[in-house]
Each structure stands twice: as structure tokens, then as C-alpha cells.
Design a protein around this ligand. Structure first.
Ligand SMILES: NC(=O)c1ccc[n+]([C@@H]2O[C@H](COP(=O)([O-])OP(=O)(O)OC[C@H]3O[C@@H](n4cnc5c(N)ncnc54)[C@H](O)[C@@H]3O)[C@@H](O)[C@H]2O)c1
Length: 376
């Protein structure tokens, strides 16, 4: 049993609690998380937890109380980006294992402080949440690219697209204000999700150019008054990827306004011997091409079975969804915590702080590029 505390009981805090509640869904695991404490400034948010989970010993408005609790082994922290630095550094220095949320610091400076704390506490496991690679289709892409079956990589497109911000009447929240979300805007919100697999493949990504758009410059606040909305809505980054001496274009797009798209994450990898495409827009569908010199170029289309990183009770024919990916990611975090990275039963461990750090370097380059080359 791993004793967790949740700090930040909003949208994502609740997703984690739901995954713990569904642990019986996974088969054959000999470890299990249990939430024993929750922290939020909002008492109503914590009430949802105490109403639904009978393992919670106490609630608190002060996260320091949790850090002093010897019974807490690990923390899931899902708070606004302006709080990441202080909260994550304190959690790590208290010796608690941490699954934090991206982007792991509001900016590069904050991220560096988190990295320093990690370096000073080598026995603490720190990982970043990034669940989409646990969809069965993404997991297939992970295996296919890792296996070198695709030959020389020629081009990659990856993105994460949302669309609810197309509605100008959508009220502003902390994610749409630089002070709390950060100057990265949509890149900080969506970017690590897109970069997780490309970075895991060991590709170096160098920024060539970036287009950043602030489409909705103001939004109504809770009182209906218009307020400045100063974050980037959409960002398209053109990068030069390199792997084993070859280089290739990598397009990374993060969009809050991609008309019609609701949580569409996709990756397309094109190689000389094979290519693969996957998108959560049609979560069962995987497109693969295997190519022999002189042979036909035929895409094969498969409805991928339910199988992800860990076995579950769900039959292979049934669909996989967002909450399943969260559950799988949690199992990966817990397994790594108990057995260590080298002894995990499957190879896809959660996004690392080093991967988050590389995403910060890319987003910072994109901001600088835009300031100097486009908006000077
Ligand atoms: N992995 C994903 O798919 C995903 C999706 C959405 C958000 N996120 C990330 O999760 C994090 C949280 O986002 P969210 O959507 O859950 O936000 P949210 O606004 O729904 O929840 C944040 C919670 O933090 C609480 N909080 C604020 N200040 C606090 C403090 N001082 N002490 C304790 N609690 C405090 C708020 O009251 C709120 O309940 C962010 O880093 C965000 O980027 C990840």
C-alpha cells in the first residue's frame, strides 16, 4: 500500500482520486495507492473527496501539514502553474515522492529550481503527469518507434488540440492569465503531452521557428465584465529533430482553438521502412504502413485492442478512454516507486523531470524567437 496525499483538489485532483477508486480494474498488480490526506484552499473541493473516499484521515488548507506527516509516502500535486516551484520544491525537500503536473514550473527559472531540489534529493522519485502515451494506440507508436522498425525517420508531426476557447463567452480562468498560467500559454498547458514521446525516443529537438497566436485578447470574468486574456491560444513550432546522425522536421502544435477538436492528441511518424499515425480523435484507430523497397505503399488500418501498459479486467474489444489512461499512468508511477525503473514489468515509465526541462528549453526558445524574429 502506498499512502498518497493530494494537493490541489480541482479537475485533475479528482481524476487521480477516481483512478484510485478504480484500482480493482487492473489485474495482477501487488501494489495499491491509498489517499490518506487532501489539501486545497477550497473546502467544497475537499468535501467531494471525503464524500467519496473512506480512506481520508484529514483535510487541510495548508500543504505544509501534509509534508510533516510521516505516514504520507507520496504526493500528487495539481495546482496552478504559479505555485509549482514553491510546492514542488517543498514536497521534494520534505522527502515525499512526487507525481507533479506539467509544465513543472511556470517558466524556465522556476523549473531550474525544481531541478535543483531533485538533484539534492536523489532518493525521491519525481515524475510528471502525461497520460496520453498510455492509450493503446499511443503505446503501439511507442513500441514501433523504439523497435527501429520504421527505418530512417523522415518527418514527424505531433500535436494536442482543444477548441472550447473558440467560444468568446467562455469565462476567463487562471489558465488564461499569464500571471498564474505563465508566458508559455498553451505551450505550458499542452506542450509536454506532445513532447513526451518524441523526447522519450531520444530525439534532440532544435527550434527553427515558431508562430504564436493570441486570438481572444479578452474574456468575461465571473461578473460578466471583460478582462484582458493575455496568454497564447495557439502555438505551432517547427523543429529540427535529430537521431543517430539523421535530421528531420518535427512540427509540434499546441492549440486551444482548433475548431471542433476536443482533446485531440496525435502523432505521425514517417520513416523509410515504415510509418505510423495515431490520434485520440478516433481512439481505436491505428494506421501503419510497412514498406519494402519497390513494394506497394499500403496503409493498414487496425482497431487496436484495449491492451495498454498493464493488464485490466476489460475485454480487448472494448474502448479505452481518458480515465483509463490516467489509471495506467498511475500504475506506472506506483510500479516505478516500488520496483525502480530498471525492474518495471513494462518499459513506459512516466514523463521525467529531464523531459520537462527539455520542454521548457523549447518553449523558452519559441518565446524568444517570436519576440526577436516576429514581433520585434
Ligand atoms: N494531465 C492532464 O491531462 C492535465 C489536464 C488539466 C490540467 N493539468 C494540470 O494540472 C494542474 C492543475 O490543473 P487543474 O485543471 O486541476 O486546475 P483546477 O483549477 O481545476 O484545480 C487547481 C486546484 O488547486 C487549488 N489551489 C489553488 N491554490 C492552492 C493552494 N495555495 N493550496 C492548495 N490548493 C490550492 C484550487 O483551489 C483548485 O482546487 C496544472 O498544472 C495543469 O496544467 C493536467
Amino acid at each position: 500500500m502506498i499512502n498518497f496525499a493530494v494537493i490541489g483538489c480541482g479537475l485533475m485532483g479528482k481524476e487521480f482520486a477516481s483512478a484510485v477508486g478504480r484500482w480493482l480494474h487492473l489485474s495482477g498488480l501487488n501494489f495499491k495507492p491509498r489517499i490518506i490526506a487532501v489539501c486545497d484552499l477550497n473546502d467544497d473541493a475537499m468535501k467531494w473527496f471525503t464524500d467519496n473516499l473512506d480512506t481520508i484521515k484529514y483535510t487541510t488548507n495548508d500543504y505544509q501539514e501534509i509534508l510533516q506527516d510521516n505516514e504520507v509516502d507520496a504526493v500528487y500535486c495539481a495546482v496552478p502553474h504559479n505555485l509549482h516551484k514553491k510546492f514542488y520544491v517543498d514536497i521534494i525537500n520534505a522527502g515525499k515522492h512526487l507525481l507533479g503536473e506539467k509544465p513543472f514550473g511556470i517558466d524556465q527559472e522556476a523549473n531550474q529550481e525544481i531541478m535543483n531540489a531533485i538533484q539534492n534529493n536523489p532518493d525521491v522519485l519525481v515524475r510528471s503527469s502525461s497520460e496520453i502515451p498510455y492509450y493503446p494506440g499511443s503505446y503501439e507508436v511507442f513500441h514501433k518507434v523504439k523497435s527501429d522498425d520504421l527505418g530512417q525517420i523522415m518527418e514527424v508531426e505531433a500535436g494536442f488540440w482543444h477548441s472550447s476557447d473558440l467560444n468568446p463567452e467562455k469565462p476567463i480562468n487562471w489558465k488564461r492569465i499569464q500571471k498564474t498560467n505563465g508566458e508559455y500559454g498553451c505551450m505550458g498547458d499542452l506542450g509536454l503531452h506532445v513532447l513526451h514521446l518524441p523526447l522519450r525516443f531520444g530525439w534532440d529537438l532544435k527550434l527553427l521557428g515558431a508562430s504564436l497566436s493570441n486570438i481572444m485578447k479578452e474574456r468575461p470574468n465571473q461578473n460578466g465584465e471583460m478582462q484582458e486574456c493575455d496568454t497564447w491560444d495557439n502555438a505551432v513550432l517547427l523543429c529540427e529533430g535529430s537521431s543517430e546522425g539523421n535530421s528531420f522536421p518535427v512540427t509540434v502544435s499546441t492549440k486551444r482553438i482548433a475548431p471542433g477538436h476536443a482533446n485531440t492528441w496525435f502523432i505521425k511518424v514517417y520513416g523509410t521502412k515504415g510509418s505510423i499515425e495515431y490520434s485520440t480523435q478516433n481512439p481505436k484507430l491505428l494506421r501503419v504502413m510497412e514498406y519494402e523497397p519497390g513494394g506497394k505503399q499500403v496503409w493498414k488500418v487496425e482497431d487496436v485492442p484495449h491492451q495498454s501498459a498493464y493488464e485490466s479486467i476489460t475485454g480487448g474489444i472494448f474502448e479505452f478512454g481518458f480515465s483509463d489512461s490516467i489509471l495506467q499512468m498511475w500504475a506506472a508511477f506506483c510500479e516505478e516507486l516500488i520496483y525502480g525503473k530498471e525492474n518495471m514489468s513494462q518499459p513506459l515509465y512516466c514523463a521525467t523531470p529531464e523531459e520537462a526541462q527539455k520542454s521548457h528549453a523549447l518553449f523558452t526558445d519559441a518565446l524568444n524567437y517570436y519576440k526577436s524574429e516576429v514581433n520585434s
